[in-house]
Design a protein around this ligand. Structure first.
Ligand SMILES: Nc1ncnc2c1ncn2[C@@H]1O[C@H](COP(=O)(O)OP(=O)(O)O)[C@@H](O)[C@H]1O
Ligand SMILES: Nc1ncnc2c1ncn2[C@H]1C[C@H](O)[C@@H](COP(=O)(O)O)O1
Length: 224
């Protein structure tokens, strides 16, 4: 039986995968979408015109990169809306603002006025009808050691050449951010709870947990 039906996951569901760089979002996005018969929405890293320059000079390129990511994320949001859902999304727009933009602003890589401009753009986008919140955010958590090992193994030079402190700070910020996040239901998944490389079937217990959380959320809505 198709896993989506087995665990009663509605065909219009939108699930976003959150977590720090290298933790395994894209890998899980692909596996979940295949298992559920959903479409994917990926961040495009190779065609990003700012990313390499940004890693070489945060101060010069932070604002440009954030505006670029926001525009790309918004276009994807619109695409998901137009299809009527049935998507797995690799990274949420909430991380752009809550993690990356915030961190680079606080570190002095983005000026006050640039940060305010960025935030007002974000707020205006979120208020449009294209912006339903996801039904579920899956938060991937792993130790900083595992994350750094994965970043090194994946081998994007711009990330390999970035000081370890950057990844340590981001990892800490992610933990604080997710503890305060309440925009939509959250399923926390430790990266040692599954292994999609060695055992494709480890996706099924994840789907079972997704089905359970979606059912709980639907039941809670009925009583509101
Ligand atoms: N479950 C897993 N077990 C082992 N390695 C993994 C797993 N998931 C991802 N990886 C590896 O970790 C690296 C980062 O994964 P990726 O999905 O690209 O992360 P992200 O999208 O969060 O940056 C890649 O080299 C990938 O092959
Ligand atoms: N909003 C962002 N600001 C800065 N850098 C970002 C942002 N979103 C993604 N990134 C970077 C981080 C990674 O180097 C690549 C892709 O992210 P990944 O977590 O590997 O999918 O883009």
């Amino acid at each position: 039986m198709e896993l989506r039906n087995k665990y009663n996951i509605p065909s219009h569901t939108v699930i976003t995968i959150a977590g720090t760089v290298g933790v395994g979002k894209s890998t899980l996005t692909t596996s979940l979408a295949n298992a559920l018969g959903f479409r994917t929405s990926f961040e495009k890293v190779d065609t990003n015109p700012y990313l390499d320059q940004f890693y070489a000079d945060f101060k010069r390129w932070s604002f440009h990169l954030q505006v670029y990511f926001l525009a790309e994320r918004f276009k994807e949001q619109k695409r998901i809306f137009e299809y009527g859902g049935g998507f797995i999304q690799d990274r949420s727009i909430y991380e752009d603002t809550g993690i990356f933009a915030q961190m680079h602003y606080e570190k002095g890589n983005m000026s006050e006025v640039d940060f305010q401009t960025y935030k007002s753009l974000f707020d205006a986008m979120v208020m449009t009808p294209y912006f339903p919140h996801p039904d579920l955010l899956i938060y991937l958590e792993g130790s900083i050691e595992d994350v750094i090992e994965r970043i090194q193994r994946r081998g994007r030079p711009m990330e390999q050449n970035t000081p370890i402190d950057y990844w340590i700070e981001m990892h800490k910020r992610y933990e604080q951010w997710i503890n305060a996040f309440n925009t939509c239901p959250v399923l926390r998944l430790n990266i040692h709870e599954y292994d999609l490389m060695e055992n494709e079937e480890s996706i099924e217990p994840i789907i079972e947990r997704i089905g359970y959380m979606l059912a709980q959320t639907a039941a809670a809505k009925k009583f509101r």
